[in-house]
Design a protein. Structure first.
Length: 577
């Protein structure tokens, strides 16, 4: 293979017994068994056990040093066979060694034990963390997933096209990362939050099906399922396409990918299409985990006739669960959880034979009790929990109680991927900070009903051709049928407070392109990082990214963000305040 090795550390087998070989890698472990020293050598491909009979050969060699050894492949003694590794039937008896890269510093942690180390230390020494075979394999796995996604898109007739990284700032829902211009004083580039405008311009340019594994840059706060700064999407767009055309492509690619890379069962296409309002009412979330069997029921009409002051005149939700044989502490803990998320209490009733047990029982007459049993399909020994507050917070609280009940009752089937599409998002919402009408989802979306709806309907009742893919409670993707008519685009932005001049200033290229004839088009962008996170069973998205920023948007390895020189600032016409 090279002057450093004839074989890698994962390929020697019994058929190599008797051969003189040369292998190279990192010193993984060293074990001295009374004059016979066993050294495990590790590289990208695996681990091979080597044997030293001359202790002096190991002088100056410490753990994680990079060495190359030459020796003969022999069969292991029966009591030393290691079935956990591919090379476990053989070992190399070493007759010479060369130090290629000594490990001189004290290790901050043992690479193979890195996942038990604090994350800030792991990220500072990420090159050591990634030597851990568990972490190493995740990055290799990610590569395989991306390769598979590319193959699937090409099979479906999509053309891969790269779009710019330096672009203009535009209001797309998150904060931009700004890049000052040296040549144009006082002006800035922005890193793209998504290739949104470019992919629509590609449709206006006559391309039929575009895709890329696109980097996206948003100055957002981190979550366990969201990496700050930079993330990657399988971005795709289709000309002459409606919503169902995009959903069909998405579910084909997602189903095939998850089925190929996991032994878990995967929702078979077609995935469920759940309208946004139904999702919020039934699951309390637009990212529902459909593995959770608990369902939220609307009890508002029932309690409108119940003389219970806490529920009077407000929306009420109910969740049925089998809490039989649960101690009193279970209900006390559920109340504590409810209070911790901001609720004022958590009422409940348990059906015991033909009577109810619980503090709300006295407020319900027999007819109302019978109606409650019918609505929630309550069986003997089952409990219904009540959530009451103003809209839309009552739905959010109900969703959180649904999730907590599922966790406490251990109802989640963790061996499957349950997919759905959330569709029919509201086009507009009231911005909580400004009190003004704003886009809910994507400003480039086509309103259902087109120009007529925009001109004649209450903006808050208008739905958009917008959709998300959700898997196990994680949003994988957003997408939409695009607004490609200049008149509809103008009116849509006008409702959100943009003048015609502002529209042309902020989205001039797109607006102008549409005045020269643009096809109907639609697309979406499943998140690559989140797909890999789900497929590898990780709860932290940073585990599936080679060099992530930490939760505070810092690169602890290279030290970004960092200070720059006064000369650099002057070159880009910036003075720090």
């Amino acid at each position: 293979m090279s002057k450093y090795r004839t074989h890698n550390c994962g390929e020697l087998r019994t058929e190599n017994i008797g051969e003189n070989v040369k292998i190279a890698g990192w010193v993984d472990t060293v074990r001295n068994h009374g004059g016979v020293i066993f050294l495990d050598l590790r590289d990208h491909y695996g681990v091979t056990q080597t044997v030293f009979h001359d202790e002096s050969l190991l002088e100056g060699i410490s753990r994680e040093s990079v060495i190359s050894v030459t020796g003969k492949v022999v069969e292991r003694d029966e009591d030393t066979i290691n079935p956990k590794i591919a090379t476990g039937l053989v070992e190399v008896v070493v007759d010479s060694i060369e130090i290629l890269g000594p490990s001189l510093a004290r290790l901050p942690f043992i690479p193979g034990e890195s996942t038990a180390t604090r994350e800030d230390v792991r990220l500072k020494y990420r090159f050591l963390d990634l030597r851990n075979p568990e972490m190493h394999e995740i990055i290799v796995f990610r590569s395989k997933v991306i390769s598979y996604l590319r193959k699937k898109m090409e099979e479906l007739g999509f053309v891969e096209i790269q779009t710019p990284i330096l672009t203009c700032s535009s209001p797309e829902g998150a904060r931009d990362y700004l890049v000052p211009s040296r040549k144009h004083k006082g002006k800035f580039y922005a890193l793209p939050q998504a290739p949104q405008q470019f992919k629509q311009l590609l449709m206006a340019s006559g391309f039929d099906k575009y895709f890329q594994i696109a980097p996206c840059f948003r100055d957002e706060d981190a979550r366990l399922d969201r990496s700050p700064g930079e993330f990657y999407q399988l971005d795709f767009e289709m000309a002459f396409a409606e919503q169902e055309d995009v959903l069909n492509v998405a579910e084909t690619v997602i189903y095939d990918t998850f089925s190929h890379f996991s032994d878990f069962s995967v929702s078979k296409p077609p995935f469920r299409r759940i309208p946004y309002n139904e999702a919020m009412l039934t699951y309390g979330s637009d990212k529902p985990d459909l593995r959770n069997p608990l369902i939220i029921k609307d009890l508002t009409d029932l309690f409108a006739e119940v003389d219970f002051p806490a529920f009077k005149g407000r929306p009420v939700r109910g969740i049925k669960a089998d809490c039989s044989n649960k101690p009193r502490s279970f209900f006390e803990n559920m109340l504590k959880f409810a209070l911790s998320i901001g609720m004022k209490g958590l009422g409940y009733l348990t059906l015991a034979g033909d009577i109810f047990k619980g503090p709300i029982d006295k407020f319900l007459n027999p007819e109302q009790k019978a109606e409650l049993i019918r609505i929630v399909d309550l069986k003997d020994n089952e409990t219904v929990f009540f959530i009451c507050d103003e809209l839309p917070i009552v739905n959010t609280y109900a969703g959180q109680i649904r999730t907590e009940l599922c966790n406490q009752l251990d109802l989640l089937d963790k061996d499957r991927y349950e997919m759905c599409f959330i569709i029919d998002y509201p086009m507009y919402e009231i911005n909580e900070e400004t009190g003004k009408i704003d886009f809910t989802h994507n400003p480039f979306s086509m309103p259902q009903g087109g120009l007529e709806a925009l001109e004649n309907e209450d903006p808050l009742t208008i739905l958009a051709y917008q959709y998300d893919i959700v898997c196990n409670g994680v949003e994988l993707s957003s997408g939409a049928v695009r607004n490609h008519h200049p008149d509809i685009m103008k009116k849509a932005f006008e409702i959100a407070g943009y003048s015609h001049e502002e529209l042309k200033a902020k989205f001039g290229a797109l607006y102008t392109a549409f005045t020269y004839g643009a096809p109907p088009h639609a697309g979406m962008a499943p998140g690559v990082d989140r797909m890999v996170m789900l497929l590898t069973g990780r709860s932290n998205i940073r585990d599936v990214i080679a060099f992530p920023l930490n939760s505070n948007a810092q690169d602890l390895l290279l030290g970004a963000p960092n200070e720059v020189t006064e000369k650099q600032l002057r070159e880009v016409h910036i003075k720090l305040r």
